[in-house]
Design a protein around this ligand. Structure first.
Ligand code: GLV
Ligand code: MN
Ligand code: MN
Length: 412
């Protein structure tokens, strides 16, 4: 089989998708179920149809583009990722796995390959937690890790429920229809940029992921006392933002003190109410994102944060409410899928290293229902979730070729 990646087409599609964005280039912002997201989805659908794939969409907007195998009843092989992008993101996160996946399928078709197992390209809905506070919404529901009842309780910052937003976006049908039967996929493999610096530093073109770290996300609301910035004396204050500042530093300290490089914690949002120069903050809402490859260690950090919150609440006489939005378990990648990626690397004499994914991905949830693994390509300086995210054309083509080979092996 003579597999050739059409690098120019793939790069031009990555650029075309980056132009469907709510941010000034080079930044990309594409929040789930906005008009921009829907435009990107329609664009992808037409690319898939042009490639001869049969496209269907489930009630949460997960999209499946299928290439029927010679044994259409056999479990399928899946690949794909997400296209939603956090505010002020770059153009490769998730997109590489979707468009690289599409090009891998096209390359296999051009080479005359006929799969026995159907091969499906997946676009997952809302891998990013930006709008509904919870990451991997689509893959969480596919794998039944988020129930329809729990999903129906989700709302965005403007108070619009997921149910309303998805219906307005044209996603129809009951959420009960989203979860996939175990055994639907024979294997799932996701191509992604590393989002860290190790491959670049070691000049290795491919990372074969063996374990995926898992996040816990807490929403923390601190209620103090507001008032006039001139009139209320310092001794009489219960400033919610000062309490938040103390808690944010405690969160950082707790993660630093875990003793493991894989433990990380981030406070990435912090809303201050009422938000006036001359008004003492009465309420602060923030989020803490805590991750680790080890579940017990991650959960110990969460407990330490809850303890710090109780202490700050007592000493500063403010109310602190902590709600865990999700607390997921890390996943091991599947040896058969890992081996398929490694064989593809060997075939093309690409050097590779096994690695851990410290970012989470839809693969974390796909691994609950299918043998799953991921492959990473380098990205410049490890930058991601920022506009100067960059992966070289050569690395993109190499990763896509390895993916195509792995899909051929898994679907034969
Ligand atoms: C995914 O974008 C993550 O936050 O790891
Ligand atoms: Mn991301
Ligand atoms: Mn991603």
């Amino acid at each position: 089989m003579n597999l050739e990646i059409n690098r120019e087409q793939l790069l031009s599609e990555i650029d075309a998708l980056a132009s469907i964005s709510d941010a000034e280039p080079p930044a990309v912002t594409r929040i789930v179920f906005t008009a921009t997201d829907l435009k990107a989805r329609a664009w992808l659908r037409s690319r898939c149809e042009q490639a001869g794939l049969a496209v269907r969409q489930d009630p949460i907007g997960n999209t499946f583009a299928r290439w029927a195998g010679s044994d259409p009843a056999a479990p399928a092989v899946g690949t794909g990722s997400h296209m939603d992008a956090i505010p002020n993101a770059g153009k490769y996160d998730g997109v590489l796995g979707v468009l690289g996946g599409l090009e891998a399928l096209r390359a296999l078709r051009r080479a005359g390959f006929q799969p026995r197992h159907s091969v499906e390209l997946l676009l997952f809905t809302a891998e990013e937690p930006t709008r509904f506070g919870i990451g991997c919404l689509g893959s969480r529901m596919l794998s039944a890790c988020l129930s329809p009842e729990a999903a129906r309780k989700l709302a965005d910052a403007e108070g619009r429920s997921l149910e309303e937003v998805r219906r307005v976006a044209g996603m129809v049908g009951p959420l009960e229809q989203v979860s996939l039967a175990e055994g639907y996929y024979r294997a799932f493999v996701e191509l992604h940029i590393e989002q860290g610096p190790l491959l670049e530093q070691r000049q290795i073109p491919v990372g074969v992921v063996t374990r995926i770290a898992a996040p816990a996300t807490a929403r923390i609301v601190i209620e103090g006392d507001g008032g006039h910035a001139g009139g209320v004396l310092m001794a009489d204050r219960h400033d919610a933002l000062c309490a938040a500042a103390e808690l944010i530093l405690a969160i950082e300290q707790t993660a630093r003190g875990s003793g493991a490089t894989d433990t990380v914690a981030t406070v990435g949002t912090c809303e201050v109410f009422p938000g006036a120069v001359n008004s003492i903050p009465s309420r602060v809402r923030l989020t803490a994102d805590v991750r680790d490859t080890d579940l017990a260690r991650r959960d110990a950090v969460i407990r330490a944060i809850e303890q710090a919150a109780r202490k700050i609440s007592a000493t500063r006489k403010v109310a602190v409410q902590t709600d865990l939005l999700n607390a997921d378990a890390p996943a091991d990648c599947d040896p058969m899928v890992v081996e398929a990626i490694i064989e593809s690397c060997r075939k093309h004499q690409f050097s590779f290293i096994p690695m851990v994914s410290r970012a989470y991905h839809d693969s974390l949830f796909m691994s609950r229902i299918a043998p799953t693994a991921m492959l990473f390509i380098p990205c410049r300086h490890g930058y991601s979730h920022r506009p100067d995210e960059y992966a070289s054309p050569q690395d993109i083509a190499r990763g896509t070729l390895v993916l195509a080979e792995a899909l051929a092996k898994l679907s034969s």
